[in-house]
Design a protein around this ligand. Structure first.
Ligand code: NAD
Ligand SMILES: O=C(O)C1=N[C@H](C(=O)O)CCC1
Length: 246
């Protein structure tokens, strides 16, 4: 039995995760806490799952590392500098591990994988992410990761800059630019979590799209990460390796 605690237990993801951990025969939910709650019971956990808020997540990870507890983190808002900060904390605490993934759904992980494969073959690429209107961050963490992997694949293939004649722009009309890739965020009642990557060449276009319709789409990835994190030293980013597609 792996003893598990959840940070953000009263949130949309946290509630679903507490239920999934409770139902898993090899996991034991020892604590579910939200902002401001007492954390005494969390100290019994071997793994903490964090789905909270971009402003809270770094302090939460530090708390886990200081208490010698492995962490599986789905909260968004990471940058290369924040990953480095986590690596620094872990270096001072050998034996404690952290796994951070901007998306735990299989469809989204595969979308990013396929997007990286396609990227060198197209002149243009843009990312459109579409989410429920309660989401606090834009662009989504997944869209930022998607732009990062596309930019990496284009750089490895020495792709030239994308064609774009825009010289006159109303602020935001071309979206945010992440690693040189334009990312557009839609917030719409009725949606949950969706992403499209559109690739273009003269006379052709490729669209790769992933749709999450329910938070259950994240549960196999989150629970798989909880089972794996104890065996993965230091910081692991993403679940590609767990799925055998790294
Ligand atoms: N990686 C993924 O696959 C994935 C999937 C869905 C959502 N997310 C991300 O997870 C995060 C949470 O999403 P949500 O929709 O559940 O948000 P939410 O607002 O419904 O829930 C967040 C909860 O965290 C609590 N919280 C805030 N600070 C806290 C702290 N210091 N300690 C404990 N609890 C704290 C809040 O009170 C709230 O109940 C967001 O960053 C979102 O983008 C990631
Ligand atoms: O609902 C959210 O919030 C989501 N957040 C993650 C992101 O920002 O990429 C994953 C998709 C759902």
């Amino acid at each position: 039995m792996i003893k598990v605690a959840v940070f953000g237990a009263k949130g949309r993801m946290g509630r679903e995760i507490c239920k999934a951990v409770d139902e898993a025969v090899d996991l034991q939910l020892v604590a579910g806490v939200d902002a401001g709650d007492d954390r005494t019971e969390v100290e019994k956990a071997q793994v903490v799952i964090d789905f909270t808020h971009p402003d809270a997540v770094m302090d939460n990870i530090k708390w886990c590392i200081d208490h010698g507890i492995n962490a599986v983190v789905g909260t968004t808002g990471f940058s290369p500098a924040k990953y480095d900060e986590v690596r620094g904390w872990l270096a001072a605490k050998p034996g404690v591990n952290v796994l951070i993934a901007s998306n735990f759904s299989i469809a989204a992980v595969l979308l990013m994988h396929f997007a990286a494969k396609a990227a060198p073959f197209f002149e243009s690429v843009e990312v459109i992410e579409l989410h429920h209107p309660r989401k606090v961050d834009a662009p989504s963490g997944t869209a930022i990761t998607t732009a990062n992997v596309i930019a990496g694949a284009r750089a490895d293939a020495d792709c030239p800059p994308m064609p774009d004649a825009t010289v006159k722009e109303l602020d935001g009309a071309r979206g945010a630019v992440v690693d040189g890739v334009h990312v557009h965020s839609v917030r719409l009642q009725g949606l949950f979590a969706h992403e499209e990557v559109v690739f273009g060449n003269p006379g052709e276009m490729l669209t790769i799209r992933d749709d999450s319709f329910h938070r259950s789409s994240y549960m196999p990835g989150v629970l798989g990460a909880v089972r794996a994190v104890g065996k993965r030293p230091g910081l692991t980013i993403g679940i590609d390796d767990l799925l055998g597609i790294a």
